[in-house]
Design a protein around this ligand. Structure first.
Ligand code: UGA
Length: 429
């Protein structure tokens, strides 16, 4: 098939290159000139394992028609007459009031509507409030389907090649059939439903996972008061197949471009239609408080933090990404600096990124041991696997006397860390 994909972010770029690898001709539309130049040179503007290799390969691989299977364009207009499907993968950032900003979605839909052809199908992959696909079809008459994306940063390729499920929200059976054929190579279960339910499946899934995390973090806080170990509690809960072990990792809370944005958008949407989704508010507030736990633990051990040197291991919101959006590390750094502490950070992939315009960030170093040298405390912020393999004794001896170790992701063995001499604190154990 000939397919357009609009937006070269995590979702768009992954979708485009995977579709290209299945033999389709994919015309990827990206309005940012710098990003286009990078892509044309085979560089991916963010860290995503395996993606750059796939993009480079598909840019040079001809499809059956002789055209290259992946092509990059600056606008959708010249592409539309040639394609049967357009995947809409643009951003839907938060508005100041928390609702999703759909400007980019509507701009693309208007363009497709203007150049409407009866055989063309617009497929919305961006995370949009339930009702958006139908609103788009009303405003700019055309065939519209909802096909929410469930890929995770850090495992975007595997999640796209072998998703656990594919959700198709359609108003016409023929549209479901087109997409069913397209996704046949995945062999994944496909759920066909109406567009609004499909859109809600996406929000509900993210909100449920976020709630699961806030729930286990609340249990972790209780564990600290009761002398229990949350990792064992989570293990015991996870053995119940009705609960499952995933997303029961207690820590300093969730971040990223999806959970914080989508839970807030769903909470606001619910309010807009007259429903008070109290549970989601609790999920969100619990998550914010969880980040600040680190500061409380540090103050308990070190007293006032002014003049103290605090080392952070990890800045990204989770391992295997360089994404700093809504990363707990940013909140923690800001608070520490406000209290007069000196913050030095090491992250395996995050180079130098501005802290969302909210003041200076931590001093970044390229070596984990350089970060801890002379520090009064070390905080493990991101669950990078390499942190559990570093030489803890060397770290201990590099730090100020009687150092504190806050293991914000429960990565280390508490007994070992304490045996070395650290004042060790995990989360909920
Ligand atoms: C999430 C969803 O998992 C994807 O299915 C979805 O497609 C995506 O959002 C999206 O809407 O685009 P992602 O944000 O990449 O994916 O990251 P996750 O792996 O879900 O982790 C989210 C946050 O939860 C991270 O900060 C992570 O550290 C935290 N987390 C995760 C925990 O604190 N504990 C856990 O047990 C699991």
């Amino acid at each position: 098939m000939k397919i357009a994909v609009v937006g070269a972010g995590y979702v768009g770029l992954t979708t485009a290159s995977v579709l290209a690898s299945w033999g389709h001709v994919v015309k990827l539309v990206e309005k940012d000139a710098q990003r286009r130049t990078q892509l044309e040179q085979g560089e991916v503007p963010f860290f995503e394992p395996g993606l750059a290799e796939l993009v480079r390969r598909q840019l040079k691989t001809p499809a059956a028609s002789g055209e290259f299977s992946l092509q990059i364009f600056s606008s959708l207009e010249p592409v539309l007459p040639a394609v049967e499907l357009t995947f809409l993968c643009v951003g839907t950032p938060s508005r100041p009031d928390g609702r999703a900003n759909l400007d980019q979605v509507f701009a693309v839909a208007a363009q497709v509507g203007k150049n409407r052809r009866s055989e063309h199908l617009l497929v919305i992959k961006s995370t949009v409030p339930p009702g958006t696909a139908r609103q788009v079809a009303d405003l700019y008459p055309q065939r519209v389907a909802s096909n929410p994306e469930f890929l995770r940063e850090g495992s975007a390729l595997a999640d796209t090649l072998h998703p656990e499920r594919i959700v198709l929200g359609v108003d016409r059976v023929e549209d479901a059939e087109i997409l069913r054929r397209l996704y046949a190579p995945t062999g994944s279960p496909i759920l066909v439903t109406d567009p609004t339910s499909a859109e809600l499946i996406k929000y509900a899934s993210n909100a449920f996972l976020a709630t699961k995390i806030s729930f286990i973090n609340s249990i972790a806080n209780l564990c600290e008061k009761l002398g229990a170990d949350v990792t064992r509690v989570a293990q015991g809960m996870g053995l119940d197949s009705r609960i499952g072990p995933a997303f029961l990792g207690a820590g300093i809370g969730y971040g990223g471009s999806c959970f914080p944005k989508d839970t807030l958008a769903l909470e606001k949407l619910a309010r807009q239609v007259g429903y008070n989704f109290r549970l989601l508010q609790a999920t969100r507030l619990t998550n914010l408080e969880q980040r600040l736990l680190v500061i409380r633990k540090l103050e308990k051990e070190l007293g006032p933090l002014a003049g103290k040197k605090i080392a952070l291991w990890g800045l990204a919101f989770k391992a295997n990404t360089d994404d700093l959006r809504q990363a707990p590390a940013l909140t923690i750094t800001r608070r520490l600096r406000r209290k007069g502490a000196q913050v030095v950070a090491y992250d395996p992939v995050v180079a130098k990124k501005p802290l969302s315009g909210k003041g200076p960030g931590p001093a970044l170093v390229v070596d984990p041991y350089a970060a801890t040298a002379g520090a009064h405390a070390l905080v493990i912020v991101t669950d990078w696997a390499e942190f559990s393999r570093l030489d803890l004794e060397r770290v201990y001896w590099s730090m100020a006397a009687n150092p504190v170790l806050i293991d914000g992701r429960n990565l280390l063995d508490p007994a070992r860390a304490r045996a070395i001499g650290f004042r060790y604190h995990g989360i909920g154990r």
